[in-house]
Every structure is written in C-alpha cells, then in structure tokens.
Design a binder for this molecule. Structure first.
Ligand code: PBG
Length: 322
C-alpha cells in the first residue's frame, strides 16, 4: 500500500478544508509615500501603481485603503529640504508630523510611522555622520526626537528602521517618560543591506551619496546574527519585530517565528514588488497568482503581519470591500 495524498486535493472544497495557511486582508500594512508640496500625485517610475502624495491629496488613497479593508498604513516622508542633520525628520512641522495630524482627522486607519533619517539627510545615510561613518550614539539622540515628534502628532505606532544599536531602548524610554507608555514599537530588527530597496530609494530620493549601508544593515549571508538582533530588540522593549526584505529571507522569518513568541512582521519590499510588476508588464507571469503565492509564502514562513505594496490588490482579490 502506498499513501494516496492526492485524495485531499481532488477539488477546491476539500483543498480549502485542509489548507494550512490563509491570507486575510487584516494581515496587511500598506506603505504610503508623502511628499511636501501641493496637489502632488505622481507615480513612482520603478513602482507602477504606487504614488507620492502631498498632504492635500492624501484623502483619496486613505479612502481606497479603508475600502479595501486594510487596517494599517506605514508612512514615509519626502521633505522639501534635506540637510546634514535631517531636521525635517524631527521638526513638529515636518512632513510626517503634519501628515499624521491630518490623517488622524480624516480617517480611522492605524497609523505607523517609519523612524529613520535617510529620507531627510543630504548625504542619504540613516544617521549622523562623523569621520565618514554613521555615528551610532549621536544618531540615537535624533531617533528619540523623531519618534517622539511622530507620537506627539498622533502616530499609533513607531517603526525604527535605522539599524542603530540601542535605539529601541532609547525610544521606549523617551516615550514612557513623556506619557506614551501605550504606544508600541515595531522594530526593523533583522534589516539586511539589500539591493531590493532600490526602487524605494528612488521613490524617497534616499540613496546614500557615498559608501553604502553595510556598516549598519545586516549581511544577507547571516541568520544567526539576525536572532541576536531580534533578541536584543525584544530585550530593549520592541513589541513587534520585523524581518526585511521578505521573499529572499523566508528562512529568517521561520527562525524568528520558531524562536520568539512576539508578533513577527515581514516587509515585502520595493524591489520585490517591482520585479513582479515588470515581469507582469512583459507578459511573463500571471500577476495576481504570483502576488498571492508570494504573500502566502511569507505568511506560511511565519509572518503575522505583512507590509506590502500589493496590499490593495491582494485585499481586493481576497474579497476586499465592505
Ligand atoms: C529607511 C527605509 C528603507 C526602506 C524602508 N525604510 C530604505 C533603506 O533602508 O535604504 C525600504 C523599503 C522598501 O524597499 O520597500 N531606512
């Protein structure tokens, strides 16, 4: 006798009864790029279907997200001016601070802000430069200010993506001290120095002007080191940890899920999205099937939360709308 595993694959009814992983639109967080200026809605060349919006045009996309049944958004800002110390990142009048105040007035979405400096510094690095390298401890002073200013503006959660050591601890301490003990931190804990961020850097004009990010973002070859990063962030007070990118790092997501009991987020990043869109445009793949397969694989690997530019199209496919 041999095992007839095909018995449970005979039709969609039985397949759906034994299905182990189910995607839901509640799994998704949708990233939004917000640009200083007026009446801006411009498509990002390398991210077809994704736009930069000015604050006065945000309502349109917020409505789409709500209609799709996606609950959370992750905000990135593109300031009018960049400088050495990324002032717009922590100014109460910065692009994100103004945007959050507006979003909180006009929508019910859960607002998460990316806490980093690379979109705001004229050198494009994620921190303060000293002697040609990013100075970890000086940068912490700024990250603390950025996170606090986002939360003061009304952010529901902050997500530090800079990869400085000790930033979760400093941000947690600052938030607690100012009366924001209930605001969670989603730490970009295992964030790799990846070429998959290319389209994002074009979108946010945030590529480093010299060198690269390898002295702070992780080596793509390492997974044990990712566990050290994650353990450290949990110890420092992270409420959710993130693995980024997602598709080439499914093993890292699985290791994280197996070793830690806190929620795990995965960031299906810009380059991953761009490859799907490019291949679809050329007619090489069946786009929506590829998207659903990719997102399912990220969830199957162990992610509870998936940050993805595909959120709206995937939600629609899953029966988005209310
Ligand atoms: C900021 C940041 C980046 C991304 C998220 N936050 C870019 C980077 O680290 O260079 C990338 C997201 C994506 O590629 O979709 N540090």
């Amino acid at each position: 006798m041999f095992k007839r595993t095909r018995r449970l694959r005979r039709d969609e009814n039985i397949r759906s009864l034994v299905r182990e992983t189910r995607l839901s639109k509640e799994d998704f967080i949708y990233p939004i790029f917000i640009k200083d200026g007026e009446n801006v809605k411009e498509e990002i060349r390398s991210l077809p279907g994704i736009y930069r919006y000015s604050i006065d045009r945000l309502e349109e996309i917020l409505e789409k997200v709500e209609m799709a049944g996606v609950k959370g958004i992750l905000l990135f800002g593109i300031p009018k001016e960049k400088d050495e110390f990324g002032k717009d990142a922590y100014s109460d009048d910065g692009i994100i601070q103004r945007a959050v105040r507006k979003i909180k007035q006009i929508s019910k979405l859960y607002v998460i802000t990316d806490v980093c400096m690379c979109e705001y510094t004229n050198h494009g690095h994620c921190g303060i430069i000293d002697n040609g390298d990013v100075d970890n401890d000086k940068t912490l002073d700024y990250l603390e200010k950025i996170a606090l200013s986002h939360v003061k503006a009304g952010a529901d959660m902050v997500a530090p993506s800079d990869m400085m050591d000790g930033r979760v601890k400093r941000i947690r301490k600052a938030l607690d001290k100012e009366g924001y003990a209930n605001i969670p931190i989603m730490a970009y804990s295992a964030k790799y120095a990846s070429a998959f961020y290319g389209p994002f850097r074009e979108a946010a004009d945030s590529a480093p002007k010299f060198g690269d990010r390898k002295s702070y973002q992780m080596d793509p070859a390492n997974v044990r080191e990712a566990m050290l990063e994650i353990a450290a962030d949990i110890e420092e007070g992270a409420d959710i940890v993130m693995v980024k990118p997602a598709i080439s790092y499914l093993d890292v997501i699985r290791w994280t899920r197996d070793r830690f009991d806190i929620p795990v987020a995965a960031y299906n990043v810009s380059g991953e999205y761009a490859m799907v869109k490019a291949a679809a445009k050329l007619g090489y793949i069946d786009e929506i099937k590829i998207i659903m397969e990719i997102l399912t694989s990220i969830k199957r690997a162990g992610a509870d939360i998936i940050i993805t530019y595909h959120a709206l199209e995937a939600a629609k496919y899953l029966g988005g709308g209310q």
